[in-house]
Design a binder for this molecule. Structure first.
Ligand SMILES: [Zn+2]
Length: 418
Protein backbone atom coordinates (compact mmCIF):
# COMPACT_ATOMS: atom_id res chain seq x y z
CA UNK A 1 0.00 0.00 0.00
CA UNK A 2 1.34 3.41 -1.03
CA UNK A 3 0.13 6.84 0.14
CA UNK A 4 1.02 10.14 -1.55
CA UNK A 5 0.44 13.31 0.46
CA UNK A 6 -1.27 15.83 -1.81
CA UNK A 7 -1.92 18.41 0.89
CA UNK A 8 -2.26 19.07 4.64
CA UNK A 9 1.38 18.10 5.21
CA UNK A 10 2.48 20.43 8.04
CA UNK A 11 -0.38 22.87 7.45
CA UNK A 12 -4.11 23.13 8.14
CA UNK A 13 -6.21 22.97 5.00
CA UNK A 14 -6.33 21.48 1.48
CA UNK A 15 -6.30 17.87 2.67
CA UNK A 16 -5.70 15.16 0.08
CA UNK A 17 -4.14 11.68 0.03
CA UNK A 18 -3.78 9.34 -2.92
CA UNK A 19 -3.78 5.71 -1.80
CA UNK A 20 -2.56 3.06 -4.25
CA UNK A 21 -3.27 -0.49 -3.29
CA UNK A 22 -3.92 -3.83 -4.87
CA UNK A 23 -6.53 -3.26 -7.52
CA UNK A 24 -7.65 0.24 -6.55
CA UNK A 25 -6.58 3.87 -6.33
CA UNK A 26 -8.39 5.95 -3.74
CA UNK A 27 -8.39 9.70 -3.31
CA UNK A 28 -9.12 10.48 0.35
CA UNK A 29 -10.38 14.08 0.49
CA UNK A 30 -9.49 16.84 -1.95
CA UNK A 31 -9.84 20.17 -0.19
CA UNK A 32 -9.01 23.81 -0.74
CA UNK A 33 -6.80 26.10 1.32
CA UNK A 34 -9.11 29.00 2.13
CA UNK A 35 -6.50 31.71 1.70
CA UNK A 36 -6.33 34.65 -0.66
CA UNK A 37 -5.90 33.43 -3.33
CA UNK A 38 -7.29 29.97 -2.54
CA UNK A 39 -4.69 27.18 -2.89
CA UNK A 40 -5.24 23.76 -4.43
CA UNK A 41 -3.75 20.45 -3.29
CA UNK A 42 -1.24 18.79 -5.66
CA UNK A 43 -2.65 17.93 -9.03
CA UNK A 44 -3.87 14.38 -9.69
CA UNK A 45 -4.88 13.05 -13.07
CA UNK A 46 -8.50 11.84 -12.90
CA UNK A 47 -7.40 8.62 -14.62
CA UNK A 48 -5.11 7.91 -11.63
CA UNK A 49 -8.17 7.64 -9.37
CA UNK A 50 -10.92 4.98 -9.22
CA UNK A 51 -12.83 6.23 -6.20
CA UNK A 52 -12.92 9.47 -4.25
CA UNK A 53 -13.88 9.33 -0.57
CA UNK A 54 -14.89 12.56 1.18
CA UNK A 55 -14.41 12.38 4.94
CA UNK A 56 -16.57 15.42 5.72
CA UNK A 57 -18.10 18.54 4.24
CA UNK A 58 -15.67 21.23 5.37
CA UNK A 59 -14.14 22.92 2.33
CA UNK A 60 -10.56 22.13 3.32
CA UNK A 61 -11.54 18.47 2.82
CA UNK A 62 -14.20 18.60 0.09
CA UNK A 63 -13.74 21.93 -1.72
CA UNK A 64 -11.66 20.74 -4.70
CA UNK A 65 -13.38 17.43 -5.42
CA UNK A 66 -15.21 19.07 -8.40
CA UNK A 67 -11.76 19.65 -9.93
CA UNK A 68 -11.65 15.91 -10.58
CA UNK A 69 -14.67 16.31 -12.89
CA UNK A 70 -13.20 18.92 -15.25
CA UNK A 71 -11.93 16.16 -17.52
CA UNK A 72 -12.84 12.95 -15.72
CA UNK A 73 -15.63 11.24 -13.88
CA UNK A 74 -15.04 8.57 -11.24
CA UNK A 75 -17.22 7.43 -8.35
CA UNK A 76 -17.31 9.60 -5.24
CA UNK A 77 -18.36 8.22 -1.85
CA UNK A 78 -19.52 9.99 1.32
CA UNK A 79 -22.44 9.97 3.72
CA UNK A 80 -25.68 11.60 2.58
CA UNK A 81 -25.33 14.65 4.88
CA UNK A 82 -21.73 15.12 3.71
CA UNK A 83 -22.91 15.34 0.10
CA UNK A 84 -25.69 17.82 0.95
CA UNK A 85 -23.44 20.00 3.10
CA UNK A 86 -20.46 19.83 0.69
CA UNK A 87 -22.63 20.95 -2.17
CA UNK A 88 -24.01 23.86 -0.13
CA UNK A 89 -20.53 24.97 0.95
CA UNK A 90 -18.88 24.53 -2.47
CA UNK A 91 -21.67 26.46 -4.23
CA UNK A 92 -21.38 29.22 -1.63
CA UNK A 93 -17.60 29.35 -2.17
CA UNK A 94 -18.08 29.63 -5.95
CA UNK A 95 -20.63 32.43 -5.46
CA UNK A 96 -18.31 34.44 -3.20
CA UNK A 97 -15.10 33.80 -5.18
CA UNK A 98 -16.44 33.66 -8.71
CA UNK A 99 -13.37 33.52 -10.92
CA UNK A 100 -10.86 32.24 -8.41
CA UNK A 101 -11.41 28.52 -8.96
CA UNK A 102 -10.62 26.38 -12.02
CA UNK A 103 -14.10 24.81 -12.03
CA UNK A 104 -17.71 25.92 -11.69
CA UNK A 105 -21.26 24.71 -11.14
CA UNK A 106 -21.21 22.23 -14.07
CA UNK A 107 -18.39 20.32 -12.36
CA UNK A 108 -20.24 20.41 -9.02
CA UNK A 109 -23.29 18.93 -10.77
CA UNK A 110 -21.13 16.31 -12.45
CA UNK A 111 -19.66 15.39 -9.05
CA UNK A 112 -23.17 14.96 -7.63
CA UNK A 113 -24.06 12.81 -10.66
CA UNK A 114 -21.28 10.39 -9.64
CA UNK A 115 -22.14 10.46 -5.93
CA UNK A 116 -22.76 7.22 -4.03
CA UNK A 117 -24.11 7.68 -0.52
CA UNK A 118 -22.78 5.26 2.07
CA UNK A 119 -23.48 4.93 5.77
CA UNK A 120 -20.98 4.37 8.56
CA UNK A 121 -19.54 0.83 8.64
CA UNK A 122 -20.83 0.08 5.14
CA UNK A 123 -17.92 -1.69 3.46
CA UNK A 124 -17.27 -0.93 -0.22
CA UNK A 125 -15.22 -3.52 -2.12
CA UNK A 126 -12.91 -2.44 -4.95
CA UNK A 127 -10.74 -5.18 -6.50
CA UNK A 128 -8.90 -6.87 -3.64
CA UNK A 129 -9.31 -3.90 -1.34
CA UNK A 130 -12.13 -2.24 0.55
CA UNK A 131 -12.94 0.92 2.47
CA UNK A 132 -15.52 2.17 4.94
CA UNK A 133 -16.36 5.30 6.91
CA UNK A 134 -16.63 5.45 10.70
CA UNK A 135 -18.25 8.17 12.82
CA UNK A 136 -15.68 10.97 13.43
CA UNK A 137 -17.71 13.04 15.92
CA UNK A 138 -16.45 16.20 14.16
CA UNK A 139 -19.36 17.42 12.07
CA UNK A 140 -22.73 15.99 10.97
CA UNK A 141 -22.14 13.05 8.61
CA UNK A 142 -18.37 13.37 9.05
CA UNK A 143 -16.36 10.18 8.97
CA UNK A 144 -12.92 8.73 9.42
CA UNK A 145 -11.74 6.36 6.67
CA UNK A 146 -10.57 2.77 7.04
CA UNK A 147 -8.89 1.19 3.98
CA UNK A 148 -7.95 -2.51 3.88
CA UNK A 149 -5.73 -4.15 1.30
CA UNK A 150 -2.88 -6.67 1.01
CA UNK A 151 -3.33 -7.53 4.70
CA UNK A 152 -2.63 -3.91 5.55
CA UNK A 153 -5.06 -1.55 7.22
CA UNK A 154 -4.95 2.24 6.98
CA UNK A 155 -6.90 4.53 9.28
CA UNK A 156 -7.27 8.20 8.31
CA UNK A 157 -8.83 10.42 10.99
CA UNK A 158 -9.88 13.30 8.72
CA UNK A 159 -10.89 15.78 11.42
CA UNK A 160 -11.84 13.94 14.56
CA UNK A 161 -13.48 14.59 17.91
CA UNK A 162 -12.98 11.66 20.25
CA UNK A 163 -15.13 13.30 22.96
CA UNK A 164 -18.23 14.16 20.89
CA UNK A 165 -20.50 17.12 21.61
CA UNK A 166 -24.09 17.97 22.57
CA UNK A 167 -25.09 17.28 18.98
CA UNK A 168 -22.78 14.47 17.91
CA UNK A 169 -21.61 11.13 19.23
CA UNK A 170 -17.91 10.64 19.97
CA UNK A 171 -15.67 9.13 17.28
CA UNK A 172 -15.88 5.36 16.72
CA UNK A 173 -12.45 3.84 17.41
CA UNK A 174 -13.51 0.21 17.62
CA UNK A 175 -11.92 -1.27 14.52
CA UNK A 176 -9.04 -3.54 15.54
CA UNK A 177 -5.37 -3.38 14.59
CA UNK A 178 -4.04 -1.01 11.98
CA UNK A 179 -0.75 -0.61 10.10
CA UNK A 180 -0.85 3.03 9.06
CA UNK A 181 -2.41 5.86 11.03
CA UNK A 182 -2.84 9.25 9.35
CA UNK A 183 -3.89 11.60 12.12
CA UNK A 184 -4.84 15.27 12.22
CA UNK A 185 -2.65 17.40 14.52
CA UNK A 186 -4.65 20.66 14.70
CA UNK A 187 -4.57 20.98 18.51
CA UNK A 188 -1.72 18.56 19.25
CA UNK A 189 0.13 21.29 21.16
CA UNK A 190 -2.76 22.91 23.03
CA UNK A 191 -5.34 21.79 25.49
CA UNK A 192 -8.72 23.40 25.55
CA UNK A 193 -10.83 24.45 28.47
CA UNK A 194 -12.94 21.43 29.52
CA UNK A 195 -16.16 21.51 27.59
CA UNK A 196 -18.36 21.73 30.70
CA UNK A 197 -16.51 24.79 31.93
CA UNK A 198 -16.72 26.49 28.50
CA UNK A 199 -20.46 25.92 28.43
CA UNK A 200 -20.95 27.25 31.96
CA UNK A 201 -18.92 30.39 31.30
CA UNK A 202 -20.72 31.02 28.00
CA UNK A 203 -24.17 30.62 29.59
CA UNK A 204 -23.13 32.87 32.47
CA UNK A 205 -22.09 35.59 30.01
CA UNK A 206 -25.32 35.19 27.98
CA UNK A 207 -27.43 35.58 31.14
CA UNK A 208 -25.40 38.56 32.31
CA UNK A 209 -25.92 40.39 28.97
CA UNK A 210 -29.62 39.54 28.71
CA UNK A 211 -30.25 40.44 32.37
CA UNK A 212 -28.94 43.93 31.69
CA UNK A 213 -31.31 44.12 28.67
CA UNK A 214 -28.53 43.83 26.14
CA UNK A 215 -28.27 41.55 23.10
CA UNK A 216 -25.61 38.87 22.70
CA UNK A 217 -24.19 38.30 19.22
CA UNK A 218 -22.68 34.85 18.68
CA UNK A 219 -20.93 34.73 15.27
CA UNK A 220 -20.75 31.01 14.40
CA UNK A 221 -19.81 28.76 11.51
CA UNK A 222 -22.99 27.80 9.66
CA UNK A 223 -22.23 24.06 9.76
CA UNK A 224 -22.41 22.49 13.23
CA UNK A 225 -21.24 25.37 15.46
CA UNK A 226 -24.46 27.40 15.07
CA UNK A 227 -26.57 24.34 15.84
CA UNK A 228 -24.28 23.25 18.68
CA UNK A 229 -24.65 26.67 20.34
CA UNK A 230 -28.45 26.36 20.06
CA UNK A 231 -28.15 22.92 21.74
CA UNK A 232 -25.93 24.32 24.51
CA UNK A 233 -28.48 27.09 25.24
CA UNK A 234 -31.36 24.62 25.20
CA UNK A 235 -29.53 22.23 27.52
CA UNK A 236 -29.00 25.07 30.01
CA UNK A 237 -32.75 25.87 29.84
CA UNK A 238 -31.90 29.37 28.63
CA UNK A 239 -35.03 31.52 29.08
CA UNK A 240 -34.49 34.39 26.66
CA UNK A 241 -35.27 34.79 22.98
CA UNK A 242 -32.80 33.26 20.49
CA UNK A 243 -32.64 34.07 16.79
CA UNK A 244 -30.79 32.13 14.07
CA UNK A 245 -29.85 33.65 10.74
CA UNK A 246 -28.03 33.18 7.43
CA UNK A 247 -26.76 29.96 5.94
CA UNK A 248 -27.07 28.24 9.34
CA UNK A 249 -30.79 27.93 8.52
CA UNK A 250 -30.17 25.96 5.32
CA UNK A 251 -27.85 23.74 7.35
CA UNK A 252 -30.60 23.27 9.99
CA UNK A 253 -32.91 21.97 7.27
CA UNK A 254 -30.30 19.55 5.95
CA UNK A 255 -29.45 18.16 9.40
CA UNK A 256 -33.14 17.69 10.27
CA UNK A 257 -33.32 15.17 7.41
CA UNK A 258 -30.68 12.91 9.00
CA UNK A 259 -31.72 11.98 12.54
CA UNK A 260 -29.51 8.87 12.55
CA UNK A 261 -26.38 11.04 12.44
CA UNK A 262 -27.22 12.89 15.66
CA UNK A 263 -26.66 12.00 19.28
CA UNK A 264 -30.32 12.74 20.02
CA UNK A 265 -32.66 13.95 17.30
CA UNK A 266 -35.31 15.28 19.71
CA UNK A 267 -32.83 17.36 21.66
CA UNK A 268 -31.48 18.78 18.40
CA UNK A 269 -34.89 19.47 16.91
CA UNK A 270 -36.15 21.15 20.12
CA UNK A 271 -33.01 23.29 20.31
CA UNK A 272 -33.17 24.71 16.82
CA UNK A 273 -36.96 25.10 16.79
CA UNK A 274 -36.63 26.97 20.04
CA UNK A 275 -35.01 29.76 17.99
CA UNK A 276 -36.65 32.27 15.65
CA UNK A 277 -35.43 31.63 12.06
CA UNK A 278 -34.91 34.96 10.31
CA UNK A 279 -36.38 34.93 6.81
CA UNK A 280 -36.24 38.59 5.73
CA UNK A 281 -34.39 41.80 6.46
CA UNK A 282 -37.57 43.36 7.91
CA UNK A 283 -37.88 40.46 10.33
CA UNK A 284 -34.19 40.82 11.25
CA UNK A 285 -34.70 44.49 12.18
CA UNK A 286 -37.95 43.79 14.02
CA UNK A 287 -36.56 40.91 16.09
CA UNK A 288 -33.49 42.92 17.11
CA UNK A 289 -35.71 45.53 18.80
CA UNK A 290 -35.86 43.46 21.95
CA UNK A 291 -32.92 41.81 23.75
CA UNK A 292 -32.02 38.36 22.44
CA UNK A 293 -29.19 36.00 21.52
CA UNK A 294 -28.25 36.17 17.81
CA UNK A 295 -26.61 33.06 16.32
CA UNK A 296 -25.40 33.87 12.82
CA UNK A 297 -22.49 33.19 10.45
CA UNK A 298 -19.85 34.15 9.63
CA UNK A 299 -17.88 32.59 12.47
CA UNK A 300 -14.85 34.82 11.85
CA UNK A 301 -17.02 37.86 11.04
CA UNK A 302 -16.10 37.71 7.35
CA UNK A 303 -19.10 38.93 5.34
CA UNK A 304 -22.65 37.66 5.53
CA UNK A 305 -25.06 39.10 8.05
CA UNK A 306 -22.21 39.44 10.52
CA UNK A 307 -21.48 42.92 9.18
CA UNK A 308 -25.06 44.05 9.78
CA UNK A 309 -25.14 42.65 13.31
CA UNK A 310 -21.81 44.26 14.16
CA UNK A 311 -23.10 47.66 13.03
CA UNK A 312 -26.24 47.24 15.09
CA UNK A 313 -24.74 45.72 18.22
CA UNK A 314 -21.03 46.48 18.62
CA UNK A 315 -21.39 50.09 19.77
CA UNK A 316 -23.55 49.68 22.85
CA UNK A 317 -21.86 48.61 26.07
CA UNK A 318 -24.95 46.72 27.23
CA UNK A 319 -24.42 44.23 24.38
CA UNK A 320 -21.99 41.34 24.16
CA UNK A 321 -20.14 39.45 21.43
CA UNK A 322 -19.22 35.81 22.13
CA UNK A 323 -16.69 34.37 19.69
CA UNK A 324 -17.19 30.61 19.67
CA UNK A 325 -15.35 29.64 16.49
CA UNK A 326 -11.68 29.47 15.57
CA UNK A 327 -10.43 32.97 14.60
CA UNK A 328 -7.90 32.73 11.76
CA UNK A 329 -5.02 35.19 11.37
CA UNK A 330 -6.00 38.32 9.46
CA UNK A 331 -9.76 37.86 9.93
CA UNK A 332 -12.05 40.56 11.41
CA UNK A 333 -12.80 38.18 14.30
CA UNK A 334 -9.09 37.89 15.16
CA UNK A 335 -8.76 41.67 14.94
CA UNK A 336 -11.70 42.21 17.30
CA UNK A 337 -10.14 39.82 19.82
CA UNK A 338 -6.66 41.34 19.59
CA UNK A 339 -7.48 45.06 19.32
CA UNK A 340 -11.14 45.43 20.31
CA UNK A 341 -11.77 47.14 16.97
CA UNK A 342 -14.20 46.46 14.15
CA UNK A 343 -14.46 47.74 10.57
CA UNK A 344 -17.77 49.39 9.75
CA UNK A 345 -18.46 51.19 6.50
CA UNK A 346 -14.77 51.22 5.66
CA UNK A 347 -13.73 52.71 9.02
CA UNK A 348 -12.05 51.17 12.00
CA UNK A 349 -13.94 51.80 15.24
CA UNK A 350 -13.53 50.66 18.81
CA UNK A 351 -16.30 48.28 19.85
CA UNK A 352 -18.16 49.14 23.08
CA UNK A 353 -19.82 45.76 23.49
CA UNK A 354 -18.12 43.25 25.80
CA UNK A 355 -16.14 40.72 23.77
CA UNK A 356 -15.38 37.21 25.04
CA UNK A 357 -14.04 34.03 23.49
CA UNK A 358 -15.17 30.48 24.31
CA UNK A 359 -13.84 27.14 23.07
CA UNK A 360 -16.34 24.87 21.38
CA UNK A 361 -14.01 23.19 18.92
CA UNK A 362 -15.11 20.17 16.88
CA UNK A 363 -11.52 18.88 16.99
CA UNK A 364 -9.80 16.76 19.61
CA UNK A 365 -7.46 18.78 21.82
CA UNK A 366 -3.97 17.66 22.89
CA UNK A 367 -5.05 15.22 25.62
CA UNK A 368 -7.78 13.80 23.39
CA UNK A 369 -5.36 13.27 20.48
CA UNK A 370 -2.95 11.36 22.73
CA UNK A 371 -5.90 9.38 24.02
CA UNK A 372 -6.74 8.55 20.40
CA UNK A 373 -3.21 7.28 19.64
CA UNK A 374 -3.21 5.27 22.88
CA UNK A 375 -6.42 3.53 21.89
CA UNK A 376 -5.12 2.55 18.44
CA UNK A 377 -4.34 -1.16 18.32
CA UNK A 378 -1.34 -2.70 16.57
CA UNK A 379 2.07 -1.19 15.89
CA UNK A 380 1.24 1.36 13.20
CA UNK A 381 3.44 3.71 11.27
CA UNK A 382 2.03 7.18 12.04
CA UNK A 383 1.78 10.23 9.80
CA UNK A 384 0.93 13.46 11.60
CA UNK A 385 -0.79 15.93 9.26
CA UNK A 386 -3.20 18.91 9.31
CA UNK A 387 -1.49 21.19 11.86
CA UNK A 388 0.05 24.66 11.86
CA UNK A 389 3.65 25.53 12.73
CA UNK A 390 5.30 22.80 14.77
CA UNK A 391 2.05 20.98 15.59
CA UNK A 392 2.74 18.09 13.19
CA UNK A 393 6.49 17.64 13.79
CA UNK A 394 6.27 17.92 17.59
CA UNK A 395 3.28 15.59 17.70
CA UNK A 396 5.22 12.99 15.67
CA UNK A 397 8.25 13.23 18.02
CA UNK A 398 6.03 12.87 21.07
CA UNK A 399 4.16 9.86 19.62
CA UNK A 400 7.50 8.18 18.98
CA UNK A 401 8.71 8.92 22.51
CA UNK A 402 5.52 7.87 24.30
CA UNK A 403 4.41 4.88 22.23
CA UNK A 404 7.51 3.84 20.30
CA UNK A 405 5.68 4.08 16.96
CA UNK A 406 7.53 5.03 13.80
CA UNK A 407 5.97 8.51 13.44
CA UNK A 408 6.73 11.51 11.32
CA UNK A 409 5.23 14.62 9.75
CA UNK A 410 5.22 14.23 5.97
CA UNK A 411 5.51 17.13 3.56
CA UNK A 412 3.25 17.75 0.61
CA UNK A 413 4.42 15.47 -2.22
CA UNK A 414 5.90 12.76 0.03
CA UNK A 415 5.06 9.12 -0.69
CA UNK A 416 4.92 6.53 2.09
CA UNK A 417 4.91 2.78 1.52
CA UNK A 418 3.83 0.16 4.04
ZN1 LIG B 1 -13.36 19.83 9.48
Amino acid sequence: MKVKVLGAGQEVGRSGFLVNCDGANYLLDYGVQLSKPPLAPLHVMPKEVDSIIISHAHLDHSGYVPMMYVSGGCDVFATAPTFDLSRLLIEDMLKLEKDMHPFGLPEVNKMMGHATEISFKQKVQRGNSSFELRDSGHVVGGGTVLVESENKRLFYTGDINVRGSRMLREADLDFGEIDLLITESTYSQTNQMPRKESEEKFIEFANEILDQKGTLFVPSFSVERSQEIACVLKNAKFKHKIIMDGMALKVNEIILRYPEYLRDYNVFSDAIHNAVWISSHEERIRELKEPCVVISPAGMLVGGNAVFYLQELAFNKKNGIALVSYQGEGTPGRKLLDTGKVMVQGREKKADAQVRQYEFSGHSDRDALFDLVKRIKGNPKVLTVHGDGQSCTKFAEEIHERFGFDAYAPKMGDTITI
